[in-house]
Write a protein that binds this ligand. Structure first.
Ligand code: SF4
Length: 238
């Protein structure tokens, strides 16, 4: 178990230049079955699911099913089950979309997207990860300036468990080379101009040359739903 800053420093020294598969093997050996993975079935997540299929397909995996996902995204869940035998748990908010919108007099994503993400993603995430000691994410360092500061293994004070980022050093090119080489199933929306796919009301295709996350909450300052914004805490944070 990692309990102190020096433990995180030592493991990051060891894993900083390790392959994603080596990082995942370490995570499985250290935390399974108290290890989970969050996936929105993005291209990066599909690469990790392929690796887990080879390393340990019984690792718990979940998807935050906000009720606003694209049908193409939900359809990938069955493809992943058939290809890798990985059953992705759908984690849902307390209220259906109809109940939620009725309660708030309409969709909150238009006027208060931070609250909508809080209610439909962050709250459910907090509840599910309380059952685990570590979670795997598919972020890359080159996606945003905030993600650039992440470490391969870090204490996630926001959710109270260890966070493992096996693809930090990968580029978009690395992701797509892996997908093509291994025929990994992926969301067909990627071929229609959506490099980053979230909920349909908050995702639009991007034009050639635009930043790959420009289509997320387009026209708003918001660029993260809050899942991958690490809060540092004295004692064990990286
Ligand atoms: S991405 Fe948009 S629709 Fe999805 S939870 Fe956040 S604000 Fe709501």
């Amino acid at each position: 178990m990692l309990t102190a800053d020096r433990d995180f420093l030592a493991i990051n020294d060891r894993l900083e230049n390790a392959s994603p598969q080596a990082i995942l093997r370490w995570a499985v050996g250290t935390f399974h079955p108290r290890l989970t993975m969050a996936t929105a079935f993005g291209a990066e997540g599909c690469c990790i699911l392929h690796m887990l299929g080879e390393i340990q397909p019984s690792v718990h995996v979940f998807n935050l099913d906000t009720g606003y996902q694209f049908p193409e995204t939900i359809a990938l869940r069955e493809q992943i089950r058939q290809r890798y035998g990985i059953e992705v748990e759908l984690v849902r908010p307390d209220a259906s979309v109809a109940e939620y919108e009725s309660r708030h007099g309409g969709p909150l994503y238009r006027i208060r997207p931070d609250q909508c993400c809080q209610d439909r993603k962050i709250g459910p995430l907090r509840r599910i990860v309380a059952n685990f000691d570590a979670w795997i994410s598919a972020i890359r360092r080159d996606q945003t300036s905030h993600r650039a500061q992440a470490a391969a293994v870090q204490w996630d004070a926001k959710f109270g468990l260890v966070k493992i980022n096996p693809l930090l050093n990968w580029t978009k090119q690395d992701v797509w080379s892996f997908i093509i080489k291994n025929s990994v199933p992926y969301n067909p929306l990627h071929d229609q101009g959506y490099p980053s796919i979230g909920c349909w009301p908050c995702t639009r295709p991007v034009a050639p040359g635009e930043d790959e996350r420009a289509g997320r909450w387009a026209g708003k300052v918001k660029k993260e739903c809050g899942l991958h914004v690490i809060e540092h805490e004295g004692g064990s944070g990286i």
